[in-house]
Design a protein around this ligand. Structure first.
Ligand code: FE2
Ligand code: FE2
Length: 329
């Protein structure tokens, strides 16, 4: 299991670089940190997407390529990272647990495509908490997914039938239900949800969400958030019994913080593989926190983030390699 602490161990602990630690309580500084993540993602995610595409079934390669045309249209710099994490988690879960690749993987790729038709407002805090947008991106997304899949079928690149596309459409339409207070019902919905939510503890989402929370100056909880409290808040988003908490020793569960998460309830991962992946990332974020990531100067943060992103994407790719071979279809 790799970790991304190279920079933290080698430079931070030498104390030489501690002169200008980042000040995440400062708005300008937060924008600089987000800018660093945008830049690094812009350089690296396309390369990792290529490696992921190599591992996909031929039909899925075509769908992912089509998805890439839409990736930045909502103005979210993290969209390609989300697509990468959700797709690779879904592939790892399906291949490890022998699940329905044919329906789940295209859904994982296309589930948020509706966002490409809905422009987000940059710098307005946690945009994904907007309920209208949560509903709208699914309705628009289901139509766009039909269009894309039918076009690919016409071009002879995929052979998905209408009844299969309908299954995907249903998944797209329900995928954010728990954030709207509606429980998921079917196995497929729950399995897909695991992949979607694996993004939350991933490196890009973690640091972006923490920094964006602090921008919400009207909210007393968010504007005074600390890295440790954020960690506890996120733990209470995924774990509701102490035995499941992957950070046993270093951070006790505080379920009173569950309500501060999107949708306000705790959603433990449903599949074993989904849980393993999320556990791994929580351990990683915890190691980073306790090694002093928030004391790095902005320039050092860039090196840390870049190395961390590499390690994480390698981790996903190696999970897929370790899983069973895909069933042919
Ligand atoms: Fe979504
Ligand atoms: Fe998503």
């Amino acid at each position: 299991m790799g970790n991304s602490l190279g920079i933290l161990n080698s430079t931070l602990l030498s104390k030489k670089t501690l002169q200008n630690p980042m000040d995440y309580t400062n708005y300008i500084e937060r924008r600089k940190l987000i800018e660093v993540m945008k830049q690094v993602n812009g350089e690296k995610i396309p390369l990792f997407e290529e490696k992921l595409i190599e591992k996909l079934q031929p039909q899925h390669k075509h769908i992912y390529r089509r998805l890439q045309n839409y990736a930045f249209n909502d103005g979210s710099w993290y969209r390609p990272a989300h697509n990468f994490v959700v797709t690779s988690t879904m592939v790892a879960i399906c291949r490890t647990e022998g699940l329905d690749e044919r329906n789940l993987i295209p859904t994982a790729m296309l589930h948020d495509i509706g966002n490409s038709l809905i422009k987000i407002l940059e710098g307005k805090g946690a945009d994904w908490e907007n309920v209208d947008k949560r509903i709208a991106h699914r309705i628009v997304g289901s139509e766009l997914a039909w269009e894309i899949l039918k076009d690919l079928r016409k071009e002879g690149k995929i052979d998905l039938q209408d009844d299969e596309i309908q299954v995907m459409d249903d998944l797209i339409m329900t995928h954010d239900d728990p954030y709207l207070g509606i429980p998921l019902e079917t196995l497929l919905e729950k399995q897909h949800r695991d992949a979607d939510r694996a993004f939350v503890p991933s490196i890009s989402s973690w640091y972006k969400d923490f920094l964006n929370y602090l921008d919400d100056t009207k909210n007393d909880y968010k504007k005074t958030l600390t890295p440790i409290k954020f960690m506890k808040q996120r733990l209470a988003f995924f774990y509701n019994v102490p035995k499941d908490n992957p950070l046993q020793a270093s951070s006790a569960l505080d379920l009173s913080l569950t309500k501060y998460n999107e949708g306000g309830s705790c959603e433990p991962q449903f599949t074993q593989t989904g849980k393993q992946i999320v556990d791994h990332m929580f351990k990683q974020r915890s190691l980073e926190l306790f090694s002093g990531v928030f004391e790095l100067p902005v320039r050092q943060f860039k090196r840390f983030y870049s190395e961390g992103l590499d390690k994480e994407k390698q981790y996903f790719l190696s999970l897929i390699d370790k899983a069973n071979h895909p069933k042919d279809f």
